[in-house]
Design a binder for this molecule. Sequence first.
Ligand SMILES: *Cc1c(COP(=O)(O)O)cnc(C)c1O
Length: 427
Amino acid sequence: MTQALETLAIHGGAEPDPTTKARITPIYQTASYVFDDADHAARLFGLQEFGNIYTRIMNPTCDVLEKKITALEGGVGALAVASGHAAQFLAFHTLMEPGCNIVAASRLYGGSLNQIGHSFKKFGWDSKFVDASDPANIAAAIDENTRCVFIESLANPGGIVMDIAAIAKIAHDAGVPLIVDNTMATPMLCRPFDHGADIAVYSCTKFLNGHGNSVGGLIVDSGKFDWAASGKFPTLTEPNSSYHGVVLNDALAPIGPIAFIIACRVLGLRDLGPAMAPMNAFLTLTGMETLALRMERHCANALELATWLQDHPKVKWVSYAGLPGDAYNGLAQTYLGGKGGAVFTFGVKGGMEAGVKLVSSVKLFSHLANIGDTRSLIIHPASTTHSQLEPHELETAGAAPDVVRLSIGIEHIDDIKADLAQALEQI
Ligand SMILES: *Cc1c(COP(=O)(O)O)cnc(C)c1O
């Protein structure tokens, strides 16, 4: 019997420690592991047997985190890495070749726009950003060199919900996988594989960990994409010279459809190196045990606050998919169980000056650049994260001078409301 997500968040992947009987997964703070004998070592290095070699490639604490997210997502395997950006990098590295391109939604986490749009150019990986709220724009952008489509299920920061099933179909018709960044929704609101996505990536710095105490990332493989049929992914379907000519997709087939996630580990992570520290895996595992409870409270608080802000005399507009009248509420019903997550934006009357005054006047809210903490967080993008942009660019980036972004924590709603009320009063 498959267990409920609330149960899997606690028990998924986590048995009592087999050697010490410790109930909580220990922090395996070791760089390396002893081989049984020379033959064992050779089998591990030759991929004839899976096991611990060196913590850059795998670690028992990280392994439990990988199994937990695999259980929550309903995938076939996962890989824990140093950060959300490292997860994206390794997922793309496995799929891309020089001269190929990524078709991505234009509404993404700002750091992802930089990574995909600027830094990847050095590898010869091109990108095309389109308004993915109309999936037809994705279909129009795909060409013969496209190797994947990348979206966020619930986009940061605008609270925009993507039509995952429609976009997955467009990607599959073109013979490429759909990668979904599920950081903001988490498996508690959305399981992208249920809607046709092939790969999920996470910044577990945010809601999965949930306490703002470590940086980390995850890649999850659905096992559903047919790499051989597509024929566009030589890393998976052609002989690999760093493994004596092994074809990963063929060699791993007897174990399962795990070629993609194994390649992310034994090629991407092995050679590029952004491994997750076992301590950070432990902190993330501890945080994830309360994911279901936290997401319930995050969403309930955010909905109540957004509803209250809508009628506030100093507020121009509120953009939150959880609100019944919101443009994305229909998609939130389909993909997020009607919830809107914890992060949303609103417009404060009085533009730039009012925004700066507001973030300077809060007391309970922390003024900082992060989301997904137990604490309520606030930022005014135009004067911080987006301050390098020209006025017309601010508008298209969803960071106009009046925009304020909130990440609502799990404090009591009355205290959250009271703090924002007194800060709005100062304007
Ligand atoms: C924070 C974030 C990232 C990047 O993750 P890091 O852990 O900071 O590297 C990627 N996507 C989304 C949606 C994020 O919020």
